[in-house]
Design a protein around this ligand. Sequence first.
Ligand code: SF4
Length: 333
Amino acid sequence: MNDQLSFRRYRDLKSHLKEKYGETVHRIPMNAGFGCPHRDAQSGLGGCIYCDSTGSGFSVDKSLSITQQIEKRIRELEDRGIRKFIAYFQAGSNTYGSLEKLEEIYRSVLIDGVVALDVSTRPDLVPDEVLALLDSFSSEVDVILELGLQSVNNSTLRRINRKHSLADFIDAVVRARKYKLELVAHVITNLPWDSTEDVIECARILSSLGVDGVKMHSLYVVKDSPLGQSGDLEFLSSITLDDFIFRTVEFLDHLDPGIVIHRLVSDPPREGVVFGNWGLPKIVILNEIQKRLVSENRYQGRKCSLGKCLTGKRDEWSRRFEESPDSSGRDAG
Ligand code: SF4
């Protein structure tokens, strides 16, 4: 990668973790088998239309116990010289259980080298007792709470069958803010039912709420999902890579530069994908986004004009992006 592309024009997670912990930190995804109240057969809710049977935890070997999953991965990473880890509860809704069960499972992964507990869940599944439980670990490790939002447009949320609204997400964030939790929002930037305006508004709402991080990806569809099963997939051809890049750049442009980008593009599962990432490896798409940012001289927070952005970290980060090696705005080629 040349110099122009080596400096990301957004606050990327890898650099943030290195700055915070003084060395490389690796996130270890785990599947604790929590399931999801939104997918359970007895709920009759059907789950989000893009959710596969693994609850988006396809990269995890769930035949292993939770402790085996993390210990195995730590051993592999230690062989590569990595010494600090984030225990990441990825699959399903990881606050779905009794307080006793949650406490036992969270505690079981706090082993040597783990510097943070990272729990991903739905915004309507974080009652105050669960937030207080998560907070109780914050004297030992950092605690990250990841909340699925996907879109700020309530019509889109209904269309993708999220079964929660924007207000539910805001309520969860406002309540979680009372604790020492790092908050990360999940967003899909190219949902075809969203407009570019919705994507920009999403960046503005997340900035004004003061979330700590955002995790993004493009819509992918696996056969084993309600959408994949529906046969109604013709509309997917209208979702182009160029539009995804355009919307992602717009999103970054309006997002507070103090917010850490935990992910811009994800890898869909290796098998059973009906639609995802236009058949391209993640790195190719990431580089295309970076090229667009450079060629148009855009960077995270460039258009963030909210009072909160102006009084927060915007100035510091805008300066960093503007002083970057690629700030001339030349085409990265
Ligand atoms: S909330 Fe998450 S785990 Fe539950 S159905 Fe939706 S995507 Fe799947």
